[in-house]
Design a protein around this ligand. Structure first.
Ligand SMILES: Cc1cc2nc3c(=O)[nH]c(=O)nc-3n(C[C@H](O)[C@H](O)[C@H](O)COP(=O)(O)OP(=O)(O)OC[C@H]3O[C@@H](n4cnc5c(N)ncnc54)[C@H](O)[C@@H]3O)c2cc1C
Length: 387
């Protein structure tokens, strides 16, 4: 195999896969270097929620552009994303109702199918949900969840069909820089050369950034999820939910299961090599208590499995997307716990940025890696929820 390429992508998660796919669509065959296997990082652990409710316009735009892919996956990409429509409910405490209204209007302006519903409406959609602690929610009838490993694999396979090369078990150890230009990478399988190197290494990305002299604040976020049996009282289907009052989200999962994640108690700064096969001590107990507060019939459930995952996190909990450091070095990392559902659009916009000098589909400039030194952190309408 030739050791030269037009673009080298470090990392075969959903972000690297999406960029490879979109470059291939433009006739550019990237070389994807993955230290483990496709989807081995955050992507393989992702809860796969696909919804558009965000409190920053560009986030919602990226999610909306991506949603068109999920809805038409086989036609747009080929293969399967496993997208399953469940409807999505965003619940907020009473003091956040104004922000909910504002966000919903912003999303409607973008064209996203979403509207406000009352707690009684929520009961009609999901009779087993307890609704005494909120009055208003946002509803996205088209949203749902997808299978992140299948999604990443189908993007990679479609890119490979167009000539993209993928090397797994290939750890990038250093970036080759000459005259302040990225020239390639040293890896566990030898050297590879390209004038463009993209850091899509997820929770490991900081290491690569530091190797090229970048000093951008970056940490890791650990997040556990549990899978529990769905009691028959809940029926065959119910909406996916982000439940701010209980700092939790949940959704149906195949096989009669429910996936539950908590927004609190997610440690920062751990090594991404930590144990992800098991959830942290105490997580399952906390998650069971929380889900029973919202859906009391879950007392009749049983624990199936629980595990964890790591993602890259930035101080404003938004991605780093753009050029930084040596010429030809790009960042597409720091997805901060929310990089699955936006990945199709991020890959498309990154391909525009690399090939045309500017992202046209969605303006990516707010995500520029330089924003922290410029004092221009991204601020949403909701207060930070990852803690
Ligand atoms: C438990 C959990 C639940 C989540 N739920 C959701 C959700 O419901 N919806 C949503 O939108 N987002 C969710 N997210 C976030 C989302 O999954 C991530 O933002 C996204 O998967 C990040 O993709 P990535 O490609 O940037 O990183 P990764 O998937 O981590 O991919 C990076 C890849 O780079 C490889 N790599 C690292 N270093 C090197 C190197 N030096 N050389 C070669 N390869 C290297 C790794 O092996 C890895 O495969 C969740 C995340 C977690 C952890």
């Amino acid at each position: 195999m030739s050791n030269t390429a037009e673009v080298i992508i470090v990392g075969g998660g959903i972000q690297g896969a999406s960029l490879a796919f979109h470059l291939a669509q433009r006739g550019v065959q990237a070389l994807v270097l993955e230290k483990n296997f496709i989807g081995a990082g955050a992507t393989g652990r992702s809860s796969g929620m696909v919804r558009m409710h965000y409190d920053v316009r560009q986030d919602a735009e990226l999610a909306w552009v991506s949603f068109e892919y999920f809805r038409n996956w086989t036609k747009r990409v080929s293969g399967e994303s496993g997208f399953t429509r469940t409807g999505f409910i965003q619940m907020v405490a009473r003091e956040h109702e104004d922000v909910l209204r504002k966000n919903t209007v912003m999303q409607q302006e973008i064209g996203i199918p979403t509207f406000l519903i009352s707690a009684d409406d929520v009961r009609r959609l999901a009779p087993t949900f307890m609704t005494d602690d909120f009055d208003l929610a946002a509803y996205e009838p088209e949203s749902g969840y997808a299978d992140p490993s299948a999604t990443a694999t189908s993007l990679i396979n479609a890119a490979k069909d167009k000539g993209t090369r993928v090397v797994q078990d290939c750890a990038v150890m250093d970036v080759i820089v000459d005259s302040e230009k990225a020239k390639g990478v040293h890896t566990s399988q030898g050297d590879f050369f390209a004038p463009v190197v993209v850091n899509a290494a997820g929770p490991w990305a900081d290491k690569l950034n530091k190797l090229v002299g970048l000093d951008i604040p970056y940490t890791t976020w650990r997040h556990d999820t549990m899978f529990v049996g769905t009691p028959k009282e809940m029926g065959p289907s119910y909406p996916s939910v982000i439940d701010f009052p209980n700092e939790m989200y949940f959704r149906p999962e195949t096989g009669g299961l429910m996936l539950v994640g908590l927004e609190d108690g997610n440690p920062l700064g751990e090594s991404p090599e930590g144990d992800t096969d098991h959830a942290q001590k105490g997580f399952v107990e906390r998650a069971i208590e929380r889900i029973c507060q919202r859906v009391s019939v879950m007392e009749n459930s049983y624990l199936h499995t629980a595990h964890g995952g790591y993602d890259g996190l930035t101080p404003d909990q938004h991605p780093l997307i753009g050029q930084a450091g040596p010429d030809g070095f790009y960042l597409q990392c720091g997805m901060s716990g929310t990089g699955f559902k936006i990945a199709p659009a991020v890959g498309l916009c990154m391909s525009e940025l690399i090939l045309d000098g500017e992202a046209k589909t969605v303006d990516l400039s707010i995500y520029r890696p330089q924003r922290f030194e410029e004092g221009k952190e991204i601020k949403g309408n909701y207060e930070s929820i990852w803690h």
